[in-house]
Design a protein around this ligand. Structure first.
Ligand SMILES: Nc1ncnc2c1ncn2[C@@H]1O[C@H](COP(=O)(O)OP(=O)(O)OP(=O)(O)O)[C@@H](O)[C@H]1O
Length: 871
């Protein structure tokens, strides 16, 4: 579906719902109750509180304890209300003005505060927040009637107060400059809302410094100036609709280069299990803009570090799985801030909120058109998409908070609001008021219940009255509240699901199948399924942790549950790879991934439970009856089919790289299934040495070991080894034997050359293998373990020959009826082994059928995370 056809219905829903959201939010208590919430109406001499344009109550500064001591120099000015705006209210109708310096002193508790103010040079504590600031020039430049500046400043233990000093410019020729301020707001905030946790330097909570391999700690000796705070894809969110910090969230108008599709999920109740619920208003997470490519241009000053906070919440009903949508994010053309942003991976679930912080230094060379503009540039791009671009979505929600940490230079505002923006606000304030009136008239019981849950002190607090008016200061007055700009970008991609047998993109199918293909389970479901990870349910142990047997769906579904170590970063990466690969692969001879769980930092995978365990156990460690020859043939044939599918069933081939008898599992009907082709692959990729130590030596392709070039012939070699293990009942590597027999494949080839292969057959098979079947089987096995990849067959050939061998055996069995093929057990196979072992060909003649290391022609799709490209 094209963008436009999506756009129309979504927008109409959006505006309809908008009304409801305001109604609801206006009756909900704030999620964060600030210890300090000061609203000072500067220049006002009234002793009581007057309702401001933002719906809050403002106190006159003259009667307040914060009033500057230099009051003899101060004048107050009452501004003229423009005729067209009759609702203008505090703090814009008055201003405190002075030709000399004056300081407000705010005794405060320790902690970070939001602060709003206005002036020319403004200092707060040790920070110069504004230098030589001119309201008039800012006004003229933007046509904006009010100027709001917002800062975050930490109030420390020693001072426990905040001095805000307004200092008029003075030089030798003139003393006619004055400073003024209309209003000051101070709101306390949680320590870690924007600041980094104390005493940590490498924590995930410290934002990465984009373009550097460092993290950037935002500590308490830094002040933050808010530059943009944008509700991408959504509407203006007023301070009174914020979560208790009185932040305003502007719309995304003008910031995006390309038109996107708007998404809105009005009834969404966001899940805040990953972040604090006061981080951003719900409406930020309910709206989104989508596109397959999104450039967001934000004009900022050069030479500053900016904190960019991106908020995400997956609201698309079609998306519920890891890797269904993943995207990259570039900021300011630096190296990618995020290579593989995947919201479901981050959150575990749809409708779950999360944000990501980045710090970026905006450098001088980005100056454009002689404007002092720099670009914070969000490029969300899809780098793995195979063409279904109209289904790829960028969701930009929320907030970036680019904030300047160094405020010792002039911070001239770059207001982005226009007259339209103000008109929007007027409309919205009026709308809010109408809604509230309606609410009061209806006197809905549910609202009464909400209010009754408020603490006594706040239930009747005028702050909870949400009637809001817009007031606009005169050209003289400006509200100095620093603006932080918040912003969020999410880019999503649909995974292309394929029919294994056709190898064609099945997009439509994909959209309807995810839930069937791979389910998400909660941790509590897993705990129930495994009796809280009871040790008696452990059925195995692998390189990545314990494997449990568990019951799901009220006991109707038996699963194998792989519990990965959550501490391991490498494990996390491989875990994701496993999900990405397995959730796309469905084949009767591959172990199916049923689902996963990533709650609370746990990484758990669910597979079809294979009742008969591993081939290894059935061959080497069982007291049960040995596998019959026909069973063995079928097991090999099944595994060959599974490998063949891996090599050819997808657009891009997958090389298992760790095939062995422990990675071939057997279900209740003895059907063989190849497993472990996500984790093992990545394990080898990242830690080749440890994989060797893990004991796959006997399966390792000698050609690969020499050339370090991975081809699908790697798996063919390993498969040949498995075939000899199946035939001989011997492990791939057995150092307890004589040295020349340690390595089964080498020993088997020697035996074939010498004509003694029949002597190393599993004793329980002797006399039961039809000679013609034996000939084909041994020929195939030998061809698989040839020294050079070029000499080995493809899995397709192996499959066909094994089928042929199976038929030969069946025919022989049928011919002999109940009788054994060779009741005496003494049969020489010499005569059927007429072929000779192939000699190695010269290196120059060899060609790599599938090279994944340097070949441009090979698209490493599922390996965009490096699965196949680094070996
Ligand atoms: N789907 C399954 N059904 C039944 N048993 C399973 C299943 N998956 C794994 N197991 C059991 O758990 C054991 C460990 O499996 P796992 O895949 O974690 O490790 P591995 O393949 O043996 O070793 P490594 O991961 O180190 O290569 C297996 O040997 C098998 O006994």
């Amino acid at each position: 579906m094209g963008k436009l056809s999506k756009l129309t219905p979504i927008i109409s829903i959006f505006f309809f719902i908008y009304h409801i959201i305001i109604t609801v939010s206006s009756s909900t208590p704030p999620r964060y109750i600030a210890v300090e919430d000061i609203t000072l109406d500067c220049g006002s001499e009234t002793s009581g509180k007057s309702k401001g344009m933002d719906g809050r109550y403002w106190s006159g500064d003259f009667q307040s304890k914060f009033f500057p001591k230099e009051e003899h120099n101060l004048k107050s000015v009452t501004s003229q209300t423009p005729e067209e705006f009759t609702d203008i209210k505090a703090p814009y109708t008055t201003a405190r003005i002075s030709y000399s310096q004056f300081t407000y002193v705010f005794p405060l508790t320790v902690g970070p505060k939001f602060k709003s103010e206005d002036n020319f040079t403004v200092k707060a504590g040790s920070f110069t927040l504004l230098r030589n600031f001119s309201a008039a020039s800012n006004h003229g430049y933007t046509g904006q009637n009010e100027i709001v500046k917002e800062f975050c400043i930490y109030v420390d233990e020693v001072n426990k107060k905040l001095n805000i000093t307004f200092d008029p410019f003075s030089d030798t020729t003139s003393s006619n400059f004055y400073a003024f301020i209309n209003g000051i707001e101070i709101v306390s905030m949680p320590k870690d809302l924007y600041y980094s946790p104390e005493g940590q330097t490498q924590s995930e909570k410290i934002p990465p410094y984009v373009g550097e391999s460092l993290r950037f700690c935002i500590n308490y000796n830094m002040a933050l100036q808010m530059v943009f705070r944008i509700n991408v894809g959504g509407s203006l969110i007023l301070p009174a609709e914020d979560t208790g910090f009185f932040r305003e969230w502007s719309t995304d108008i003008c910031y995006f280069e390309d038109e996107g599709v708007f998404l809105h999920s009005p009834s969404l109740v966001p899940n805040y299990s990953k972040i604090e619920n006061y981080t951003a208003p719900d409406d930020v997470y309910r709206s989104a803009m989508t596109s397959h490519h999104l450039d967001c241009r934000l004009p900022v000053d050069s030479g500053f570090n900016y904190l960019v906070r991106l908020h995400f919440c997956e609201i698309d009903l079609n998306i519920s799985l890891i890797s269904q949508r993943s995207f990259s994010i570039d900021i300011d053309h630096k190296s990618s801030a995020e290579d593989d942003a995947d919201v479901i991976w981050w959150t575990g679930n749809r409708d779950t909120t999360i944000y990501k912080d980045y710090v970026v230094l905006s450098k001088e060379e980005k100056v454009e058109d002689n404007n002092k503009f720099h670009l914070i540039y969000f490029l969300s791009k899809d780098d793995r998409n195979d063409g279904n671009f109209d289904d790829v979505a960028i969701r930009t929600f929320k907030v970036g908070l680019p904030s300047k940490h160094s405020l010792r230079k002039s911070l001239i505002g770059k207001p982005v609001k226009s007259v339209h923006h103000l008109m929007d606000r007027i409309d919205k304030y009026k709308q809010v008021e109408e809604d509230q009136q309606l609410e009061r008239n209806l006197a809905r019981p549910s609202l009464a219940m909400v209010n009754s849950t408020l603490p006594a002190s706040s239930a009747n607090d005028p702050k909870t009255n949400k009637t809001i008016f817009l007031a606009i200061g005169s050209s003289l007055g400006f509200l100095v509240v620093l603006t932080s700009l918040s912003y969020m970008v999410q880019l999503m991609k649909f995974t292309c699901w394929r029919d294994p047998y056709r190898g064609k993109s099945q997009r439509a199918k994909a959209l309807s199948l995810p839930e069937e293909q791979c389910r998400h389970f909660s941790l509590s479901e897993i705990r129930t399924a495994t009796n809280n990870f009871h040790k008696e349910l452990i059925i195995g142990q692998g390189g990545f942790g314990n494997v449990y047997k568990g019951l799901l769906d009220e006991g109707t579904l038996i699963v194998a549950i792989k519990h990965l170590n959550p501490e391991s970063q490498q494990g996390a990466r491989e875990f994701k790879t496993e999900i990405r690969m397995l959730s796309q692969l469905r084949h009767v001879h591959l172990v199916s991934l049923i689902g996963y769980c990533i709650d609370e930092g746990e990484m758990i995978l669910f597979y079809d439970y294979m009742r008969n365990g591993t081939l290894s156990v059935r061959l080497f460690d069982t007291n049960n009856d040995p596998l019959t020859w026909k069973q063995r043939l079928e097991i090999c044939l099944g595994a060959a089919c599974g490998l063949h599918y891996l090599h050819t069933g997808m657009k891009n081939p997958i090389i298992h790289r760790d095939l062995k008898t422990t990675s071939i599992l057997l279900d209740e009907k003895w059907v063989s299934k190849v497993s472990d082709f996500g984790l093992s692959k990545m394990g080898l990729n990242n830690t080749a040495v440890s994989t060797l130590v893990k004991g796959t030596w006997g399966y390792l392709d000698p050609d690969y070991a020499r050339r370090q070039q991975l081809t699908n012939k790697f798996d063919v070699y390993s498969f040949g080894v498995v075939m000899f293990e199946v035939l001989c009942g011997r492990k791939a590597l057995n150092t307890k034997l004589e040295h020349e027999q340690w390595h089964l494949a080498n020993w088997a080839r020697k035996c074939i050359e010498k004509g003694t292969i029949d002597q190393i057959i599993d004793p329980c098979l002797k006399g039961k293998i039809a000679p013609e079947c034996f000939k084909v089987y041994v020929e195939v096995a030998e061809s698989c373990v040839r020294d050079q990849g070029i000499q080995r067959p493809k899995m397709n050939d192996v499959m066909e020959k094994l089928e042929f061998a199976f038929e030969l055996q069946q025919n022989a069995d049928a011919a002999h009826g109940q009788e054994e093929i060779n009741p005496s057990g003494v049969i020489s196979y010499q005569d059927v082994l007429s072929f000779r072992v192939v000699e190695p060909v010269l290196e120059s003649d060899s060609c790599i059928e599938l090279t994944t290391s340097n070949s441009e022609s090979t698209n490493p799709s599922l390996d965009s995370d490096g699965i196949t490209s680094t070996v």
